[in-house]
Design a protein around this ligand. Structure first.
Ligand SMILES: Cc1ncc(COP(=O)(O)O)c(C=O)c1O
Length: 389
């Protein structure tokens, strides 16, 4: 009998088919990726040294499920000194395989089939897949270019139903670059208290902050620690995306509830990587100033170009994206991305990848190194001129 794949695939597998698109592993000659989510710098040498040392000392067995004690201690110290958060390294932290695992584990812990999680939209698209996998629903709450894609608390409140379990906050946000102020976060927190909701706070872009914006960890605000799960990662902060290292911080009862899911997926995070992460946190962080300066230079270059050719954008407050308004070209986000690739060999993400609120926008990024970056901008300029002629 020939295999009947339709019969074997779960309903959820069928629902998710095609949701990622096809990834090509062979780089296509001449393409410039101006929308990449991968930072282009190299982690501090200490990270490589620590990983090499872990390998040469044969430290390759499982660690404690929640991560090596020294790394948890270093994370707790970082959260205390930088984020004004107090977590017990023994009972209130789990080291994860990136924020990706952290967010899946978190949603697994919170959502039953049919439950809702709210998220300001446009948003990071993985949240959609994860809630689908769980049979839950991610409810995107639209934000608009007029407010620089800042969520209105009244809009969040209007989306709450008896099935709402959580509000997901990503600040700085991917793909819009929006940073929520302390006051806005406090107001969201008050809403969560009023309706007894959990706050899931994804802070992986916390170090990428521009102008006079400030990053605030929502769990540090009055009354919010008990209901907040804070997620972070080494991917963006230290350019360690492929090493897959992140963590969650939450009150002990929530951590205890999350642990079986972490164990089911990972048992523990990669041990060698954990030693790399420990070195990353132990090193002084002044080297990052130059990275941020360079990313800000690219941000300014993007904005100057877009201003000069009459293309709008949402001014990036944080993260390393620029959300570009392509409505004046008359193309949809998907059509623009397709044509930019085919006609100008430029790669962007459509703004719609994280919800319909991003229609008419594309995600550009600050992660392309020079001189490819400058060449990409020149191509973009010429492409827009051709579209508008
Ligand atoms: C908002 C957001 N959360 C989580 C992730 C996943 O990050 P990690 O590499 O830590 O798994 C990403 C990756 O781009 C992201 O943009």
């Amino acid at each position: 009998m020939t295999l009947n794949l339709e019969k074997h695939l779960s309903t959820r597998a069928k629902e998710l088919q095609g949701s990622l698109g096809k990834q090509t592993s062979v780089p296509i000659q001449g393409l410039i990726n101006l929308g990449s989510g991968t930072p282009d710098f190299i982690p501090p040498q200490a990270v490589f040294d620590a990983m090499q040392e872990a390998i040469s000392s044969s430290r390759v067995q499982y660690t404690t499920w929640t991560g090596i004690p020294d790394l948890r201690k270093a994370i707790a110290a970082k959260l205390k000194s930088e984020n004004n958060l107090d977590y017990n390294p023994d009972t209130e932290l789990i080291v994860t395989s990136g924020a990706q695992e952290a967010l899946m584990m978190t949603l697994m812990t919170l959502l039953d089939p049919g439950d809702h999680a709210l998220i300001p939209s446009p948003h990071y698209d993985e949240y959609t897949r994860d809630t689908k996998i769980l049979g839950g629903q991610l409810i995107p709450v639209a934000t608009t270019p007029e407010s620089n894609f800042t969520i209105e608390v009244a809009d969040l409140e209007a989306a709450i139903t008896p099935r709402t379990k959580a509000i997901v906050i990503v600040s700085p946000n991917n793909p819009t670059g929006t940073v929520l102020s302390r006051e806005r976060l406090q107001a969201i927190g008050e809403l969560a208290i009023k309706h007894d909701l959990i706050i899931v706070s994804d802070e992986i872009y916390e170090y990428y902050i521009f102008d006079d914006n400030k990053h605030t960890s929502i769990a540090s605000l009055p009354g919010l620690r008990e209901r907040t799960i804070t997620m972070n990662s080494f991917s963006k902060s230290f350019a360690m995306t492929g090493l897959r290292l992140g963590y969650v911080a939450a009150p002990e009862a929530l951590i205890d509830a999350m642990l079986p899911f972490h164990h089911a997926m990972m048992i523990c995070a990669n041990v060698v990587t954990q030693y790399g992460g420990l070195a990353a946190l132990t090193e002084p962080r002044d080297w990052f100033k130059d990275v941020l300066k360079e990313y800000d230079r690219r941000r300014q270059a993007w904005m100057a170009l877009l201003d000069s050719i009459g293309i709008g954008y949402s001014k990036p407050q944080g993260a390393y994206y620029i959300f570009i308004d392509i409505r004046s070209t008359g193309l949809t986000s998907a059509a623009f991305v397709k044509r930019a690739r085919e006609e100008a060999k430029l790669v962007f993400q459509p703004g719609t990848i994280g919800g319909g609120a991003g229609e008419g926008f594309i995600r550009g990024a600050l992660t392309t190194p020079s001189p490819t970056f400058e060449e990409g901008l020149e191509r973009f300029k010429a492409f827009i001129a051709r579209l508008k002629s």
